[in-house]
Ligand binder design. Sequence first.
Ligand SMILES: [Zn+2]
Length: 78
Amino acid sequence: MRKITIDCDVCGTRVTLEQGKEALFEIGNNSYHLVDLCSKCLDDHLKAADSVNDTSGYRQRAAALIRLPGFTVPDRTG
Ligand SMILES: [Zn+2]
């Protein structure tokens, strides 16, 4: 079994694919910005979100569809 890791697009933490989460941030009408998030950054953005929905992911079965105030996208901090 191959162990696949991803780097969180916000803080840079390396986590296994299972621990990470694909998140699509709405940036406009049918426009999305795809990022990988660790569980901590996912929590932070879920709290800040205007709305959160489930959607199908590209590599994962389920991804989070998140709209932040003002259609902003997460900044990379790490
Ligand atoms: Zn993170």
